[in-house]
Design a protein around this ligand. Structure first.
Ligand code: ZN
Length: 312
């Protein structure tokens, strides 16, 4: 039973054009899919990632007109960490300064982490990592390949039951605890996938005395998806969850992957998504993200959906 790492993270945007500009132009990710929330087609669903949207590189956004601001809190993921190559922090801090994006440097853990927020206030980290060649970074005119984001590094969850959340990570996904600390007002535990050969294999759990439950909305993270190779491996993970008394949704076809969802014991919405078939299933790699793509069941409503998305 294991999941090698994160598949994607999904958050809410309050302004889809601003979000698109920030993640594609400022951070240099590629828009790999332009679609709608399959469960609520009045909402955009944009996927950003590496050149092909490889599992472990993808951050996605739901965006509806007039989305109220959320308040991050317990039962949610509260940061998205991206992996950047070793020695690239200087490039990225100069770029953030040029863009007028506020940031702080955190070197308390040994390596260099650039801490910032996206335009909706989502906590982001750019973490210098020895990333190897696991992903095909997207390159743009002013971000050389050697400095480009390599994919997800991990995420931080605010939890109220450290042990129960940790059991899902260790007993179901096969991750290992890599550290724990008692900080003033906080308890922190860190988990990673042994070997860490793929992007997005690091999770931090924080439990704090004064933390309150989150309210979903713009600037908050909706769910965290973990990778699985195929339907058989996914079913084994579901069986392992049932042993912990956790039920999942039935499998849902998301066109680009097949998913089950569940709330882990502290309330964070988790998804288990298959690696395939991937984003080139309905358009060529060269033109990923250019056109609005709809699943077959929504295609007959294309005009109505576009009108609603554009507020017409
Ligand atoms: Zn998802």
């Amino acid at each position: 039973m294991l999941s090698p790492g994160l598949h994607h993270i999904t958050a809410f945007s309050g302004d889809i054009r601003r979000t698109h500009d920030f993640y594609t132009r400022v951070l240099g990710l590629r828009l790999v899919k332009r679609t709608v929330n399959f469960d609520d087609p009045t909402s955009w669903h944009l996927y950003f990632g590496d050149e092909t949207g490889s599992p472990g590189t993808v951050l996605t956004f739901f965006a509806s007109e007039g989305e109220a601001q959320g308040v991050p809190g317990v039962g949610e993921a509260v940061t998205v960490s991206f992996a950047i190559p070793l020695h690239s922090a200087l490039f990225w801090t100069e770029r953030m300064a040029d863009e007028g994006v506020s940031f702080a440097l955190d070197q308390s853990g040994g390596g260099t982490v650039i801490v910032l927020h996206d335009p909706d206030g989502i906590g982001l980290e750019l973490v210098e990592e020895r990333t190897g060649g696991a992903t095909a970074p997207h390159t743009s005119a002013d971000i050389p390949t050697e400095w480009a984001i390599r994919g997800l590094s991990g995420t931080t969850l605010l939890v109220d039951d450290l042990d129960a959340t940790a059991r899902v990570l260790t007993d179901v996904f096969g991750w290992r605890e890599t550290g724990r600390a008692e900080l003033p007002g906080y308890m922190r535990r860190r988990y990673a996938m042994p070997g860490n050969k793929v992007p997005g294999a690091r999770i931090e759990l924080l439990k704090g005395e004064d933390l309150t439950p989150g309210t979903p909305g713009a600037g908050s993270i909706h769910h965290v998806a973990f990778r699985t190779t195929d339907d058989v491996a996914q079913a084994e993970l579901v069986a392992a969850l049932i042993k912990l008394g956790i039920e999942t949704t039935p499998q849902l076809d998301r066109t680009y992957f097949r998913s089950v969802y569940f709330r882990e014991p502290s309330g964070v919405l988790f998804e288990i998504a298959t690696d395939g078939p991937g984003f080139s299933v309905d358009e060529p790699v060269e033109t990923l993200g250019d056109d609005l793509k709809l699943p077959a069941q929504l295609e007959p409503r294309r005009q109505e959906i576009i009108s609603a998305l554009l507020g017409m």
